[in-house]
Design a binder for this molecule. Structure first.
Ligand code: ADP
Ligand code: MG
Length: 332
């Protein structure tokens, strides 16, 4: 125990240093932050709340809680094609949380601020009799009128997904049961993907003016693709054999073919799912090379407003559930 300093001391000692590089935060010494005008940029705003015992385990490491909180917000900015600008942080902590804990939480924020290019601009701090609760409101910017919406997918567009999918969902299963085909290392790798998402911020920016629609995969590939289809008034044919899987997940799939359902329906990937007119395929290849990030075509948009998934054996795949639309999923 290092004890617990008062609210003002906590703000100036732990939080104010996180505003370095953002003059409009005034080092958290004023009532609010000021964001200067940008004539040619729209501001994109998003927020996410995480409650201990609901969205993360109560004994989770504070730096990982901080990182996940920031990253789920960054992922939403990326899905809109926005570049990170600044964020506001609301923390509601029980009186029992000491300065050591807060220090570790702040170190997690500092590391990700540096990694993703975003700074703290303000927030609020309260004491609560309930579980620790955190909210980040992230602000990003994008060229006026150019944010990528869910609604722009058109027939014949190609459906792409970044990185590999299913790792986080199978990682979560690893925490709950014995999953076949994994070494201790690959098991840890999958669990790591669940505990700490990797928001595709660089990719989001590169997709502006190129992707007709985009979404970050938090509810599961099938559910999030359905969100694009609904918003765009189109359908899609998805080729399950084309899904990009990590080596760890391929090993699991070889032993447990049914895990394909988890890959399609499980959440927490935080990869970007996006659609692109077929003429732009070469530009997507170039971006994948530049970012050293796989960008895989997994299907195409069709006129009939329905999602058809073709299984690796050529049969049509029916999903019992399309994802965690409501229920267990984190950010409800
Ligand atoms: P008020 O009494 O008006 O709520 P506060 O004392 O809460 O003001 O806040 C003073 C300053 O500290 C403000 O600039 C506010 O944005 C900042 N601040 C307070 N809590 C946090 C926090 N958790 N994260 C970042 N900034 C904070
Ligand atoms: Mg306040």
């Amino acid at each position: 125990m290092t004890g617990r300093s008062d609210e003002f001391a906590r703000i100036s000692r732990y939080l104010a240093p996180l505003t370095e590089g953002f003059p409009g935060a005034f080092g958290l010494t004023d009532d609010a932050a000021i964001i200067g005008p940008m004539s040619d940029r729209d501001i994109v705003a998003t927020t996410d709340t995480m409650v201990a015992g609901v969205h993360f385990m109560s004994d989770e490491r504070p730096d990982l809680i901080a990182a996940k909180l920031l990253r789920v917000n960054l992922s939403d900015l990326a899905a809109m094609g926005a570049a990170p600008l600044a964020y506001l942080l609301n923390i509601a902590l029980p009186a029992s949380i000491d300065d050591d804990w807060l220090g570790a939480f702040v170190r997690g924020l500092a590391a990700d601020q540096a990694a993703f290019g975003i700074t703290l601009a303000g927030g609020d701090s309260v004491t609560t009799p309930g579980p620790p609760t955190f909210t980040v409101t992230a602000l990003g910017t994008v060229k006026c009128g150019w944010a990528i919406r869910r609604s722009g997918a058109r027939p014949d567009d190609i459906v792409y997904v970044s990185g590999t999918i299913g790792d986080a969902a199978v990682g979560l299963e690893c925490l709950q049961r014995e999953v076949a085909g994994l070494t201790p290392e690959t098991r840890d790798e999958l669990i790591g993907r669940y505990r700490l998402p990797r928001p595709r911020v660089g990719l989001g920016g590169r997709l502006v003016g190129l992707a007709s629609a985009a979404i970050d995969i938090s509810d599961g590939l099938a559910a999030d693709l359905t969100h694009i289809l609904d918003a765009s008034g189109v359908g899609a044919e998805l080729n399950a054999a084309a899904l990009p899987l990590s080596e760890a997940l391929k090993a699991v799939l070889a032993r447990e073919p049914d895990i394909l359902t988890t890959v399609l329906a499980g959440g927490d990937d935080y990869e970007l799912l996006f659609t692109v007119a077929p003429g732009y395929a070469a530009r997507i290849v170039k971006i994948a090379t530049d970012l050293s990030l796989p960008l895989t075509p997994i299907g195409r948009i069709v006129t009939e407003p329905k999602l058809r998934i073709v299984a690796p054996d050529g049969a049509e795949l029916k999903l019992a559930r399309k994802g965690w639309v409501h229920g267990r999923k984190d950010s409800e």
